[in-house]
Design a binder for this molecule. Structure first.
Ligand code: GDP
Length: 302
């Protein structure tokens, strides 16, 4: 694609055309990149991602020949967007409805992991609502048996979106709750099981072991990391830790309505290479949007 663009630009200039060409110099790009770097860092994009973007943009631009009078700013802007899009484009795309259909056998199991307050429970309710709208049956496993109030909270959300919850009491084995929910779904031909797991304020040994056990017992089709886009730079470290404990297949970023700057999205895509499946854009059940890189790039560059 890159070649196509430059081929168009260069379009075999004749003798006169060649005279009218100028080359983009490193210093032109450097100057533009200085401002961009500051903006990216202010938007909480991790330093390592900023460095990668800078190199990628330079590679795209330095030495490129453009016609005199061409607006260099426009060309640089184009290269910046292209570089950002590359970071955001996952090596593998996941179309959730397609995956559920493809599996055939019911239920399709999704385990949600993430820190407390990241918006995990709300996101599960939003996704349940979205799946229902798409004609699928859903049951939620209240596998956060640790945090006081967690079970009532997930029950309230589930009631609001009209979905059943399978629960045990506090202190029960989260993997056993998830297992029961899967059996429940199997017996009734329910399409999808959403497993709400306990978050913590830090990823300690207990939590890791608990998550590993849930994954071992439920053999999920998808493990989703729910990350708060307001967590800024630290989201990279969170996602990496979870990814080491249990393989993360996809990401849902919440609170993007509060942070249209989008640093977290760039950082997380770079950190774990798993696709961003959805983004949360508000507190309502309809405020969940399938993620689209192009939409996102337009959003952050205004
Ligand atoms: P959990 O501890 O990870 O389960 O987090 P909750 O689901 O309880 O959410 C924590 C808070 O974040 C709640 O007040 C939610 O309404 C809010 N929240 C979740 N997702 C979003 C979102 O996409 N946008 C906004 N503005 N708020 C959100």
């Amino acid at each position: 694609k890159k070649e196509e663009v430059s081929a168009k630009e260069e379009k075999k200039p004749g003798f006169l055309g060649k005279l009218l060409q100028v080359e983009i110099k490193e210093k032109d790009v450097e100057r533009a990149l200085e401002d961009l770097e500051i903006e990216l860092l202010e938007a909480d994009v991790a330093l390592e991602v900023v460095d990668e973007l800078r190199e990628s943009i330079k590679r795209k631009l330095v030495g490129r020949k453009v016609r005199i009078g061409t607006d260099k700013g426009k060309i640089i802007e184009g290269a910046v967007k292209e570089a950002v899009l590359e970071v955001l484009t996952p090596p593998k795309r996941i179309d959730l409805l397609e995956e559920i259909k493809k599996k055939g056998e019911k239920p399709y199991v999704i385990v949600f992991v993430g820190f407390n307050g990241s918006g995990k429970t709300t996101t599960i309710a939003k996704l349940a609502h979205w799946l229902k709208k798409n004609g699928l049956g859903v049951v939620i496993a209240a596998s956060d048996t640790f945090r006081a109030g967690a079970i009532e909270q997930v029950e309230q959300h589930a009631k609001n979106v009209g979905v059943k919850v399978i629960k045990h009491s506090y202190g029960a084995d989260p993997a056993a709750v998830a297992y029961d929910a899967i059996q429940h779904a199997k017996a009734r031909g329910i399409d999808v099981v959403l497993v709400d797991t306990a978050g913590r304020n830090e990823l300690n040994r207990n939590l890791m072991d608990e998550m590993k056990k849930i994954v071992r017992v439920t053999k999920p089709d998808l493990v989703v990391f729910v990350g708060d886009s307001l967590a800024g730079n630290s989201i990279i470290e969170q996602a990496r830790q979870f990814n080491e404990a249990v393989r993360i297949d996809g990401v849902i970023l919440t609170k993007l309505d509060a942070d249209a700057r989008g640093g977290a999205a760039l950082s997380i895509s770079h950190a774990i290479g798993a696709p961003i499946l959805f983004v949360g854009v508000g507190q309502g059940y309809d405020d969940l949007r399938p993620f689209d890189e192009k939409w996102f790039v337009d959003l952050i560059f205004g």
